[in-house]
Design a protein around this ligand. Sequence first.
Ligand code: GDP
Ligand code: MG
Length: 296
Amino acid sequence: MTIRWYPGHMSKAQEKIAEAIRKIDLIIEVLDARLPFSSSNHQLDEMRRSKPCIKILNKHDLADPAITRAWVSFYEREAGVKALPMSARLHGDVQQLIKLCQRTVPHRGRPGWPLRVMVFGIPNTGKSTLINTMAGKSMAKVGDKPAITTCGQQVDLRNGIVLSDTPGILWPNMDDQDVAYRLATSGAIGASALDYTCVGIFAAEYMMRRYPDLIGERYKLTDLPETPEAVLEAIGRRLGCLATGGVVDIHRAAEAFLRELRAGKIGRISFEEPGKNVVVDDVVASIETQSNGATE
Ligand SMILES: Nc1nc2c(ncn2[C@@H]2O[C@H](COP(=O)(O)OP(=O)(O)O)[C@@H](O)[C@H]2O)c(=O)[nH]1
Ligand SMILES: [Mg+2]
């Protein structure tokens, strides 16, 4: 399905984002490298029009490196878009990002002509972490709950760049159930939104299909059970999530398994690949139709 956006139908939040975009030279969109599609907001792509955009694939340290490379190629096919895998916690990675910002908008960044940059993204992708590392000090609260974008201050980074100290908080697209489950698996949306056990079963099923060896290795399971419920139960047993009578407490098992998965304990895992995802295929098809059937 193609999301259509018309100025007349803009919500207050969209209006604020569009206004913020008008005042800057470059958009940094923070995506979660493990799920770049599900952690993006497709309306931002429509609102940005021709404004240059760097999509950072953050939490690269947790994602499958080969799949992240595929995402970089996928995004860089779009005009005006650059993609950079990185970790917002690492100073060296952020320096690379700063250089890319300067290269992307070379006509700005002189005295009187600062390169005005703002960070956008859905909750929990690492926007506050990125702003703090870029600014070299603690400007934004890390790990905070989604909040409304306020009129931010500009921080002079003293390298030609001025950065808005407040990120543009975007909303995830939760219409698609798969997207919602992937976001929940990554920790982007709270446990209250979806049943923890269901999320654990979803994650177990995905891991069985895509990364069976990692699961086998981490939990010393030579033969993986056949159903995701049984896999989660076996994991729960390994992690000592037992109720009275020695039966596995499946809710606690799901919690413990998701905690390990999110912390990267099982390995570097990606939850979606470009082109191999029905939803992504639809988006690609709609992009191609919009550009008058032009094919790559
Ligand atoms: N592993 C890893 N975790 C990160 C990275 N960047 C941010 N985080 C963590 O992700 C969580 C959300 O980060 P935060 O900056 O508050 O996200 P925001 O909601 O987009 O502002 C925090 O626990 C961060 O420590 C990264 O590059 N790698
Ligand atoms: Mg934040």
